[in-house]
Design a protein around this ligand. Structure first.
Ligand SMILES: *Cc1c(COP(=O)(O)O)cnc(C)c1O
Length: 372
């Protein structure tokens, strides 16, 4: 690619997803041409689910679904939680989590997160269950931007409280390797390993897996009889082709993401006011770079960066609870979430972030922070 002066002045966008190149997808597309099998659990989709399940212990079922949101909603339906019951979920998440709960006929109950981990604290939630404004029939811990959760603590929560747990690890493809609690990963283009649109449930519960499968395909279960109210949320062979090419590229892509993250961390070493998520780019990787700024600095820093041509994004806004769609839903005091919403911004990040771009981000941040 030729670099021009104009490029040096171009805006730095906050995300520049890169899915597998056409030439790496082509062999899979040719297999579709030969098989003349385009959807409904063809050979490519079966292979994709097999290869995804190999990332988990033996016996794990992987069920692909049209996207992560549908994977969450259908899994909640398959869990057969009492209709209208409360599902404890963090307000600090993407709106998809709350939409999935509502779609499943349940009611999100917004709970505050731990300010250090950015996720629900299972012990604190267990202690608050009795103060909920109604029966709590489920809980959805959310992996914040892919940071791994303490799943052993969540299994203990399920054990001691009896409240079923579904893990929203939509951005957690990199470290998702434990399906003893049902766990959902997204394959959206903006996530770390993408198929364009797509998602999957991983679970060690064969019945749950079969139920989600049936829900994704008109309630069919080995016959053409529709056994339960359901929908169509299948992935086509074309999406499976992209997913397979993505998996082929993942080992090398993971290293590229890690390298970009390490370079960005080095680029910002002189700016201790900019805090990365713990372990980001070392123990785990994701496709976005969220940093914490000093209290009350984010608005001014974002405005200054924008004026310098560096885009930022509040990936989760001020928290999911702040969306008009969820204005009437029950909530706890959300002090930590409110503080995070005012402090956390997404910086430009991509698999092929260059040193020149990192230099621009660092210089722009230094300038922006000198003014606050
Ligand atoms: C991306 C995301 C989702 C939704 O996944 P889609 O595949 O885009 O539907 C759900 N929850 C969280 C936390 C996400 O980041």
């Amino acid at each position: 690619m030729r670099r021009t002066h104009a490029e040096a002045d171009a805006r730095l966008v906050v995300a520049r997803p890169r899915l597998p190149l056409a030439e790496t997808i082509l062999p899979y597309l040719q297999r579709i041409d030969e098989a003349r099998w385009y959807s409904n659990f063809g050979p490519l989709l079966t292979e994709l689910e097999d290869r995804l399940s190999q990332r988990f212990p033996e016996g794990t079922r992987v069920i692909t679904v049209a996207n992560g949101t549908q994977a969450l909603a259908l899994t909640l339906m398959a869990m057969e939680l009492p209709a209208g019951g409360l599902v404890a979920m963090p307000a600090w998440t993407f709106v998809a989590t709350a939409h999935a709960v509502l779609q499943a006929g349940l009611v999100p109950w917004f709970v505050d997160v731990d300010e250090q981990t950015w996720s629900l604290d299972p012990a604190a939630l267990a202690a608050r269950l009795s103060q909920a404004p109604g029966p709590v029939v489920g809980a959805i811990p959310v992996s914040p931007f892919g940071r791994p959760l303490d799943l052993a603590a969540w299994r203990a929560f399920r054990e001691t409280t009896g409240v079923p747990v579904l893990v929203d690890a939509a951005a957690g493809f990199d470290t998702a390797d434990d399906a003893r609690l049902p766990l959902v990963v997204s394959l959206h283009a903006t996530k770390v390993a993408g198929a364009g649109e797509g998602g999957f449930l991983a679970t060690d519960d064969a019945d749950l897996a079969a139920k989600v499968r049936a829900l994704s395909t008109f309630g069919f279960r080995g016959s053409r009889d529709s056994l339960l109210p359901a929908t169509n949320a299948k992935l086509s062979e074309y999406t499976a082709a992209v997913g397979l090419a993505s998996l082929d590229g993942w080992p090398a892509d993971r290293l590229r993401f890690l390298r970009a993250a390490q370079m960005l961390r080095i680029g910002l070493t002189g700016l201790p006011q900019v805090e990365f998520q713990p372990g980001w780019g070392a123990d785990w990787i994701t496709s976005v770079c969220c940093v914490t700024l000093p209290q009350d600095a984010a608005d001014a820093v974002e405005a200054s960066l924008a004026a310098q041509g560096v885009d930022t994004r509040r990936w989760w806004g001020l928290g999911c609870h702040a969306s008009p769609a969820f204005a009437d839903l029950p909530r706890e005091p959300l002090d930590a979430t409110d503080r995070l919403g005012r402090r956390v911004i997404g910086l430009p990040f991509s698999i092929d972030l260059t040193s020149a771009e990192i230099g621009r981000i660092a210089a722009a941040l230094r300038h922006a922070l000198s003014g606050v």
